[in-house]
Design a protein around this ligand. Sequence first.
Ligand code: TYM
Length: 326
Amino acid sequence: MARVFSGIKPTGGVHLGNHLGALQNWVSLQDRADAVYCVVDLHALTVPHDPDELRTATLSLAQILMAIGLDPDRCTLFVQSHVHEHSECAWIMECTAAFGELRRMTQFKDKSEGSDFVSGALFTYPALQASDILLYDTNQVPVGEDQRQHIELTRDIAVRFNNRYGDTFVVPEAVIPEAGARVMDLQHPTAKMSKSDESPQGTVLLLDEPSVVEKKIKRSVTDSGSEVRYDPAEKPGVSNLLAILGAATGQSPQRAADGIERYGDLKAATAEAVIEMLRPIQERYHELAADPAETGRLLAKGADKARQVASATMARARANLGLLEA
Ligand code: TYM
């Protein structure tokens, strides 16, 4: 059975882009593969953060992931910092990645530009991500389009390590959905929807009330003209709504346009599809949030399962690198 691994950061609330680009695939892959999913709290430390907020966000994110359908009996769900091998392996990844490769990462350029404080870890972030993936002998990594470059780098690191020190890591590949791989901001449809607080009206959060979802989608920026057609270059706003509608209803953006003639109808159909998709998720989330101790227990079990795989990979890597046995 193929091994699947993916991760999500506990910062800023889970949004529609996360869900349609990655999390929907996470849920469906848990029945077709040996799936391992991780709340990557160490990655959240790469930018200045509030400790209380991080603790709350980590727990809440785990509950959201269970609410969307991840079942700790059918997948391994855990918190990155609970499995120490992630940080240990990250050092080995940093020693294997080239400085020039890390410098070419567009996410580093985007996130460092204009920031008052740029940590060293923001630069080496993709090495920690490679460690996450390679520790689990991962075949497939379900992610949105924005992570493609990091997965390519992970592949290059795995191949280089194997060539230098002998077969150690499985070389993974990205799994990116046809619709929803790059959900754009509703107010700025040429920029990707993101967790930052920069565009609250352009970002639909999974825990937004139905009335809020409706308002955000109905006020979304559309394009000149009046034709409803999927054409991201000419019609970014309309195409984004079609991509959202398609991903929420399990069809391509082109098919989602069938029978819709006016912008108003497109917005109404998209709002309704998103609200219906989120309704059961929100109900389940509120049930889970009422019992944080149970979430903690499930995450501890997940970390135990994850550690078994990660520690075996680390032992192999240590031996192949020539580190003296303790
Ligand atoms: P993160 O936490 O930013 O996002 C989690 C997942 O959501 C996807 N995504 C989107 N998909 C479509 N449209 C969007 N607007 C959008 N925004 C986000 C992301 O592609 C991602 O799949 N570095 C990663 C976390 C990570 C990871 C890993 C992922 C750490 N280790 C190992 C895979 C494997 C990140 O910051 O994702």
